[in-house]
Design a protein around this ligand. Sequence first.
Ligand SMILES: [Zn+2]
Ligand SMILES: [Zn+2]
Length: 536
Amino acid sequence: MRIRFWGTRGSIATPGLQTARYGGNTSCVEVRSSRGTLLVLDCGTGAYPLGRMLMSRGGNGLRGSLLISHTHWDHIQGIPFFDPLFARGAEWDVYGPNGPGASLREALAGQMQYDYFPVTLDEFGARIRFHDLVEGSFDIEDFKVSARYLNHPALTLAYRLEADGASIVYACDHEPHARMLALGEGELTGEDRRHAEFVAGADLLIHDAQYTAEEYPAKIGWGHSPIEYVVRLGQQARVKRLALTHHDPRRDDEAIDRMVQSNRERAGAVDVFAAYEGQIVHVGAPGAKAARRRSRELHAEAAVAPEPGERSVLLAVADAEASSTLSAALRAEGIRCDAFSSAERARTLIARERPWLTVIEHDPPRIEGMDMCRAIRSRTGEGDPVLPILMVAGEPDQQAGGAAGVTDWLIKPFSVAHARTKIREWVLRTARAPAACDAADGRATATATQVFDAGKARRSGEPASAPATEMNGGRPDVIPDGDKSGLLWMFGREIASFDNPAFSSNVGRIIARAQTAPHRGAGKAASVRRFAGRRA
Ligand SMILES: [Zn+2]
Ligand SMILES: [Zn+2]
């Protein structure tokens, strides 16, 4: 694979003498496989020079795919200036996340409305297909692509690309879930650990590193990572090379040099560098065997069209500010909200409303969210999770949260945009999961969150993308093939109730052993594939 950076700046294009070396154009990365398949990661202003280069080589008849991480300006502003989209005979597939209600196409058309731009999306000359993505995997010719949500105040996908026997991960824009991590402290747990599993073992990780730990306290909730966290992530996830990108617009070339220099030592074996415009990186080798089997998990393009108003969100939040922010977010998403103040009431509502998710605050002694969460879990399906429970708190306590049945955290203070994104993420995940509970008797059957908690990753199809290594207390534990999604899906009803990280990693090992055994069950693989196909 050949990777070329066309835009490495974050937030806003910053041309000028002070940024000449690393470049002033916003996010855009060109990726080509040895067979010539062309993927473009994000379409910030860097897409303009890329488009011109492609046209100079004969843009008519050109084929390629744009993978958009999210629709913030600095990731899409190059689209109206990307000449190959205007070329007759050219063919482009445009992929990106969509939220309930708005398609990717509509979001992109927004920036080309009459008031903002003289040409509309309909006037492109190329044949363009838009693909709304959720978490999962799919193939683009010889590339296997996996997508996973990031932590950003807009629905944002990270992409893991595998081809030529190598893998690269593009994770832009992203903020660690636990704020302690951003300051360079604490363990990778919960969603942070799952993010690490997604990037694990990559030959090249291209990651947002807009801030330093020192700057971070003033940027909490802006959805970006400090370099200290990213370097540690790269090291613990055992990536080979780490390209820092989405450089802060206020950081000049010398400051970027200093930032990288002062963090190089802590990177250990990871080759860390700040990506610059025009830089070319090669990974893998032509004809090399794909690191893993082909997709047999949930398809990232599976049609998911949740009607937000159809189901509600349950809310038990005491903090006035958090509560009003959540209410504003739910209103903006068109989702009903049901307040509750006891586990008993929550249980009744869960059975009756089949909510998208439950949001509870933990801020003792004012509100004992953990107790409430434990009580809800213990009364619905013998202690098994029934639906996602999002815990609102000042800082996540993964250990206590895991024991109580917390699915994810929303850390205070948070903005309406951040709350909307979290809600969207979970609505989409819930909509994709099997029925959350049997309303007839109010008891859990096989449920959304049983699978979520067994590892959202599995349900979202991550394993296939996944990492040859899994995080294990900071020591990645090598698993030849961690693809246990099919198995977990197949037996989800039976095993989810007692699944936990240790169990799931044991399942991975058993499957890996079975796969490396001489008989290497083709029949089993086929049945997994059949089953996964039905789910998708
Ligand atoms: Zn950005
Ligand atoms: Zn952004």
